[in-house]
Design a protein around this ligand. Structure first.
Ligand SMILES: NC(=O)c1ccc[n+]([C@@H]2O[C@H](COP(=O)([O-])OP(=O)(O)OC[C@H]3O[C@@H](n4cnc5c(N)ncnc54)[C@H](O)[C@@H]3O)[C@@H](O)[C@H]2O)c1
Length: 377
C-alpha cells in the first residue's frame, strides 16, 4: 500500500519553514528530546523538524494510537522509537521508562505521564519541556513545586483551543463516527458529555450533520453557553436515556459510569474523544469484539450497547483513523517546536512551570500561518 506520510509531511508548511530555520539555528544541538505523543503521520513532521534543530529524539507513543507504518518510517529516518502499538498499560509505562532512561534534556509530553514519572526518578540535566493536553495540565498543576522547570502547556494556547480542540476535533470525531459505523447522523439523537473546547466542536459538527444534539455539563457557565448556542441542555437522565449516540469529551474519569448504563437505549453507540479511555467506565459489563472498531457491550438487563475504538480517543483509535486535520496539527506542532526552542535556549525560566504558551509565540505562529496561506492565493 502506498504511504500517506509524504502527503501529510508535505502538507505541514509551517513545520517546513521552521525546519529550514532550525537547519541554521540548531536550537537543540547536542540535546536529547524525549517524547510520548501519538505516533501517526503528522507526528513524523514534528519529530523530523525537531531533529533538524539538532536534537536526538527518543520517542514513545500513547496508548492504542501508535501506527506501525509511522514507527517504521521514523526508525528508517534514524529516530529512536521505543515499543509499538499497545493497549496494555504496563507495557506503555515500561516504554515511558525507556524514554527517561535516555535522560532527555527536554520532554514533549502528552497527558503528563513523562513528567510525572520523571519525578519518581529525577536526573540533573532536564531543562523542562512541553505538555500537549488539558488532561496533562490537570495532572501536572499539583506538581509545580517539584517540577520547578519551564513546562509550557500547548493546549492552553488560544490557537490550539480554536484550531484544534474545537474545529478539528469536532470534524474528526464526526468523520470517525461515520467511517466506523457507516450510520447516518441525520436525525440521530446525540448526547455530548462535556462542553469545553472539544465538546463545543463535537456538538457543533454533529448538529451541522443534522443530528439532534443534547449536552451534559457539570459546569453551570459551560451549560449556559451550550444552552445559548442552541443545544438541548436536558437533565442528565433524559439526555442519556434518549441518546442513540453518546460522546464523552471531558478530560475527567468515569463521566459515564456503570450506574448510567441501564439508562441507555438498547443499541446506543458510545464513543470517547477525551484523552484517556477511563471517561467511559463499563464496570463488569461483558464486552466482546463485533467488527473492526466496534465492541458489543452486554448489560445485565439484556440491553446491548456498542463501544467505538475500544473507548480510546475515537478520532485516533478507530480503523484507518486519520486524527485531526493536517493544518490544525501543523499549527499545534509549530507551537510545540517554538515552545521547545524557548525552553532549550533559556528564553523561559522556572517561573514558567505549567503555564500557557507565551503570547509572543502565539502571535508569531499565527502571523506565519496567515502569511503562508495568503502566499498561496
Ligand atoms: N480527541 C482529540 O483529538 C483531542 C484533542 C484535544 C484534546 N482532547 C482531550 O479532550 C478532553 C477535553 O478537552 P477540552 O480541551 O475540551 O477540555 P475543557 O477543559 O475545555 O472542557 C472539558 C469540559 O468537560 C466538563 N466536564 C468535566 N467533567 C464532566 C462530567 N462528569 N460531565 C460532564 N461534563 C464534564 C468540564 O466542565 C468542561 O467544561 C481532554 O481529555 C483532552 O485531553 C482530545
Amino acid at each position: 500500500m502506498l504511504s500517506r506520510i509524504p502527503w501529510v509531511v508535505g502538507s505541514c508548511g509551517l513545520l517546513a519553514s521552521i525546519g529550514a530555520e532550525f537547519d541554521r539555528t540548531r536550537p537543540f544541538a547536542h540535546m536529547v528530546i524525549g517524547t510520548a505523543i501519538h505516533l501517526e503521520p503528522k507526528t513524523v513532521a514534528l519529530l523530523l523538524t525537531l531533529r533538524r534543530g539538532g536534537a536526538e529524539i527518543v520517542a514513545a507513543g500513547n496508548l492504542n494510537s501508535t501506527q506501525p507504518e509511522t514507527v517504521d518510517h521514523l526508525r528508517a529516518q534514524g529516530v529512536h522509537v521505543v515499543g509499538s502499538t499497545t493497549t496494555d498499560h504496563g507495557t506503555h509505562v515500561a516504554e515511558l521508562e525507556r524514554v527517561l532512561d535516555a535522560e532527555p534534556h527536554l520532554l514533549l509530553d502528552n497527558g503528563g505521564e513523562l513528567f510525572e514519572r520523571y519525578l519518581t526518578r529525577p536526573y540533573e540535566r532536564l531543562l523542562g519541556g512541553t505538555e500537549e493536553t488539558t488532561s496533562g495540565r490537570m495532572r501536572l498543576e499539583p506538581l509545580r513545586a517539584e517540577l520547578a522547570r519551564p513546562v509550557l502547556v500547548v493546549n492552553d494556547s488560544p490557537i490550539k483551543q480554536f484550531a484544534e480542540n474545537t474545529r478539528a476535533v469536532g470534524l474528526s470525531v464526526l468523520e470517525s463516527f461515520l467511517r466506523i459505523t457507516n450510520r447516518t447522523p441525520h436525525g440521530a439523537r446525540v448526547t455530548v458529555l462535556g462542553y469545553g473546547a472539544c465538546g463545543r466542536g463535537v456538538a457543533e459538527c454533529f448538529r451541522q450533520a443534522h443530528a439532534l444534539v443534547s449536552v451534559i455539563e457539570v459546569d453551570p457557565v459551560a451549560r449556559l453557553r451550550a444552552h445559548l448556542d442552541g443545544f438541548d441542555v436536558l437533565d442528565r437522565t433524559s439526555a442519556l436515556s434518549s441518546a442513540e449516540v453518546v460522546v464523552t469529551v471531558t478530560g475527567a474519569r468515569d463521566v459515564l459510569a456503570p450506574a448510567d448504563l441501564p439508562l441507555l437505549r438498547d443499541d446506543a453507540v458510545l464513543a470517547n474523544a477525551g484523552h484517556f479511555p477511563d471517561e467511559i467506565n463499563l464496570g463488569d459489563a461483558e464486552v466482546a469484539p463485533l467488527t473492526e472498531g466496534i465492541d458489543t457491550v452486554h448489560l445485565a438487563n439484556g440491553k446491548r450497547l456498542y463501544l467505538l475504538g475500544g473507548g480510546h480517543m475515537v478520532n485516533l483509535a478507530g480503523p484507518r483513523a486519520l486524527g485531526n486535520s493536517v493544518e490544525s496539527m501543523d499549527l499545534g506542532f509549530a507551537l510545540q517546536s517554538r515552545c521547545l526552542e524557548a525552553v532549550a535556549t533559556g528564553a523561559v525560566g522556572p517561573d514558567s512551570c505549567v503555564v500557557p504558551v507565551p503570547t509572543a509565540i502565539d502571535e508569531r505562529v499565527a502571523t506565519e500561518y496567515v502569511a503562508l496561506r495568503s502566499a498561496r492565493v
